[in-house]
Design a binder for this molecule. Structure first.
Ligand code: PEP
Ligand code: MN
Length: 337
């Protein structure tokens, strides 16, 4: 349930409500709006304590949250959430482009790609150092060495870094280097990993599971938020359907649906969503047109030689083409890239 506090409630008053929430065994989640302070009361059967809160002077009114996801819901936070990644705002007017190789392969290669995407308008550099590969015999990533190269690329270009944490053992080290911690599709329901990233205050990009419904996706984000980390960015990356012409089916329905149900920003990954570079530019533009807050795109200087996801990595000329078209689509809907 959501407690909307009275307009001029004092600091002491807020503390009193928070104390009461805790005393009753629930967890308080405070959201400060422009005019009002709202407190989400989260816990099993929280609604049964309604009368206790109704009796408190500080509480103006109470709204039950009907959805199974609470902190991620629009009811809890009616305005769009904007996630600040060291000054880069995700979820606002600007559509943020995150681009780079699937995996960090070498220092030289990474720097070349980083410099190119930066010059052409990307704000965030992607690149996996720990890679979740379908085959255990495929390239598994450079690990900490890869994180070091990402750090160097950040220093040289100013791009912020997004990179994946595959398990709790590496979370701390990944968090040291990453500006956004990526949780991969295969880990969307790794609840112990979600709980741990929830305890870190860094932005997290949570990818939709390969067979996850939108509701399951939002419930996974709830795991992170209930630990106190509200800096969650969702990512639609395609789901498994009966279709085999593309690697996955990019579910662009999810964008307006999630915008309606949740306040969290959502970005689209057309690389995994299609699995084929011939479709990436078109689906990127479609994603922008339907309301995505950003794109996560695989770009490679020589995709034929990529150690991971070469067929879906776009070339430098394709990235340039994408950026010029993306600007036009964004402008047409009152946003910018
Ligand atoms: C990736 O971004 O390289 C990746 C492995 O994505 P996903 O988890 O969506 O498959
Ligand atoms: Mn990939």
């Amino acid at each position: 349930m959501i407690l909307t506090l009275k307009k001029n409630v004092s600091k002491k008053g807020i503390e009193r409500v928070v104390k009461k929430v805790k005393e009753l065994g629930f967890s308080p989640h405070i959201s400060k709006g422009e005019e009002r302070i709202v407190i989400g009361v989260i816990g099993e059967n929280a609604i049964l304590a309604r009368e206790i809160f109704e009796a408190m002077d500080e509480v103006d009114f109470i709204t039950p949250i009907s959805k199974s996801f609470k902190l991620a819901s629009r009811e809890f936070h009616p305005k769009d959430s904007i996630i600040d990644v060291e000054g880069i705002k995700i979820g606002g007017k600007e559509i943020v482009i995150m681009a780079g190789p699937c995996a960090v392969e070498s220092k030289e290669g990474l720097l070349k790609i980083a410099e190119f995407v930066k010059k052409n308008g990307a704000k965030i550099l992607r690149g996996g150092a720990f890679k979740p590969r379908t085959s255990p015999y495929s390239f598994q990533g450079l690990g900490i060495e890869g994180l070091e190269y990402l750090k160097e690329a950040k220093k040289k270009t100013g791009l912020k870094i997004i990179t994946e944490a595959m398990d709790t053992r590496h979370l701390e080290i990944v968090a040291e280097y990453a500006d956004i911690i990526q949780i991969g599709a295969r880990n969307m329901q790794n609840f112990s990993l979600l709980n741990e990233v929830g305890k870190i205050k860094k932005p997290v990009l949570l990818k939709r599971g390969i067979s996850a419904t939108i509701r399951e996706f939002l419930m996974a984000s709830e795991y992170i938020m209930k630990e106190g980390n509200y800096n969650v960015i969702l990512c639609e990356r395609g789901i498994r359907t009966f279709e085999t012409e593309t690697r996955f089916s990019l579910d662009l329905n999810a964008i307006p649906v999630i915008k309606k149900l949740s306040h969290l920003p959502i970005v689209v990954d057309p690389s995994h969503g299609t699995g084929n570079r011939d479709y990436v530019v078109k689906m990127s533009l479609a994603a922008i047109a339907c309301g995505a807050d950003g794109l996560l795109i695989e770009v490679h200087n020589d995709p034929a030689k990529a150690l991971s996801d070469g067929p879906q990595s776009i070339t430098f000329p394709q990235f340039k083409d994408l950026m010029s078209k993306a600007k036009k689509i964004a402008n047409a809907i009152g946003r910018n890239v």
